[in-house]
Design a protein. Sequence first.
Lengths: 424, 424
Amino acid sequence: MERLPGFRDFYPEPLPDAEAWSSSARRYIFEKWRSVATRYGFVEYDGPPIEPLELYTLKSGDEIVAQLYNFLDKGNRAVALRPELTPTLARMIAAHARNYKKPLKWFSMPQLFRYERQQKGRLREHFQFNADIVGEQGPGAEAELIALAIDTLRSFGLGSDDFVIRLSSRAAWQEFFIKNGGKPEDEYQFYQAIDKLERETEDANREKLKKLGFSLEQVYDFIKKAEPVDGLQAIIENLRARGLSEFVKIDYGVIRGLAYYTGMVLEAFDKKGEFRAIAGGGRYDNLVKLISKGKVDIPALGFGMGDVVLCELLKERKLLPQFKQTIDVYFCIEYESLRLESLSLIQKVRDSSYTVEYPLSSARYDKQFKRAVELDATWFIKLEKNSSGKIVAMVKNTRNREERAITPDEILNLLKPIPKNGII
Amino acid sequence: MERLPGFRDFYPEPLPDAEAWSSSARRYIFEKWRSVATRYGFVEYDGPPIEPLELYTLKSGDEIVAQLYNFLDKGNRAVALRPELTPTLARMIAAHARNYKKPLKWFSMPQLFRYERQQKGRLREHFQFNADIVGEQGPGAEAELIALAIDTLRSFGLGSDDFVIRLSSRAAWQEFFIKNGGKPEDEYQFYQAIDKLERETEDANREKLKKLGFSLEQVYDFIKKAEPVDGLQAIIENLRARGLSEFVKIDYGVIRGLAYYTGMVLEAFDKKGEFRAIAGGGRYDNLVKLISKGKVDIPALGFGMGDVVLCELLKERKLLPQFKQTIDVYFCIEYESLRLESLSLIQKVRDSSYTVEYPLSSARYDKQFKRAVELDATWFIKLEKNSSGKIVAMVKNTRNREERAITPDEILNLLKPIPKNGII
């Protein structure tokens, strides 16, 4: 039996093969995401992995359904596995905005799902770091959000040689669209066409734009001129004060595909251009109002950063640590007659927060010793009976190779202070 | 727009109402689960939240489909949201058993889904701590697993007055079933009937058993006699050596509903009997062989512990901590003319791992001070210009109320050593 195509199993170390995904790497990424978000004063939230289908079709229209894992549940509700978290956030904010001081700074790390054509490096699920600021109008919010995106990537060891955040303005594109006679019903398709400019052939781009009443040259010209509007300059200035301006550039080639953006939009890319976007987001001031059907009107902005592209980039740059299970204590049971006495001590040592391994059933001494070495145990402990029949604990510190024979009661005194625990 | 019935949103503190689920509580529970599992030498894994439907029908038969979130995906595959993790584990083990030293001790914290009739306290999803030992035959594995379940519950402050683990033997029940003339095709239904004994009326139980050729008295008698077989005595002895025997009792009233158990089975309950089972599991020596269609034959056992019942129990016992966002530094920006200088320092302080909040746009001083108090900031920092026009940092330690005027460069020296960070 195989898992579904486009989905991942996360294995413990040592990984079974080069293609396998590591649960330790997943955890490493999650912890960095959480720790930088916390440092920035963001607090965590989450919603359900399935939501009413309408939550996604409301703004994006029915076209989005083709890319969703959607179905009728047993209560005949049209539902979908979440393809993004922002509509859920908007729903949650709409329900309880009054309860929280503005601005809200919220983050989450949901697993998201899209039924997409299978391509290399393009899975049907990924985990995505989402950070959003709700209830703040000014460019200070944009700068805070971009700084968080930059510092998150920096926390993995990535520098300004590795990535850049391209800033653009959906508002500027909207103005361009209207000024040049675009029809309201074509607006979303126009953004989609601009969004795909860099991924499709010139002919395909020209053809699509022509249908919408635009020439490719006209569009290229607008991108080239790139006159910063809409507070982009203030955002850059704010980031410069933080010493982060080298990580951003204004680039109107970015527009983002989603329909709901209203102001600044951003995409983070690796500088060599080898990978898909590392992160993307923008301001979406009307979404909460739309989801709440007019009841709650509050400005908002956010970004998402997926784990798959990030993980590929970190691997390529050799920035992913080597993961390995380690333990504090290997408790060797050489004599089965001492198993119960050993178990009593194992419990005491674990109660003191040490990570302890031991053989669950009778095993040869050399096999146990080998296992202790594999697990890089700091301490190797074994009970013995001395010549007068008294039980003695042989305790070896594998770091300095000192070995001592002590009474079992003294074990905890010897181990203190608690070493760094064995969490991998 | 509402979320789907039976699903949860997880809000940050302060919670909007008494019914809301807390993302901080979820994280608190996850961290305890992970930390005790790690102390026991278990390593983390995970699989996809959707799997081929066949993975669940293979052993449990088509009846289980009525309780699943199942559908046809866009590639016409019959798939289901995972109702349990054990079949996924069996699939992963079957694929890569050879890569790992036996026994494997693996844990996971998946979200699981069941389409069930809505009842109080019965949701359609929950998170479940899963711990399994694979590749070990003897009762030492059972004892290790049960000790982990006990220590996990103890880590939340629950004691032997709060919960008990009832141990039983599916093997003993199977023997009883065969010896008393049960028909092979009724076996699964018989286990289901025994599993529901305590939750249904005597008449309903009598009726069901009669159809399967058994009398209720005969069944009660077997439960009352409860002659420990199948290594249960060795398990108890092992737990006694660890000082944990007060947390377990042999009780043949437990059998577990799932089809795949083969030996010891267990269920953990609160002692007052107010809640559904806190945890359940057992030995399932044939499942990997079944899932791998005979290719890999390896013994295994495990348990699952859901977050919903656990959280209700902890709330009832007042064992859930009060959660609250806290920060290290509130950086007050009283004068907008000093915003850029403030941002430069905020970045430096965050770079040193402190959690920092500040106003994203112009705000009154008293509002900022109030916010700093709400967030329980350890430090309150503000830039000012002194009479000679030089920028001075006013740094107040809110713990001892000492305030000092220093040069901005000295801030990091003053804050050191790094205080406990503001993770809630």
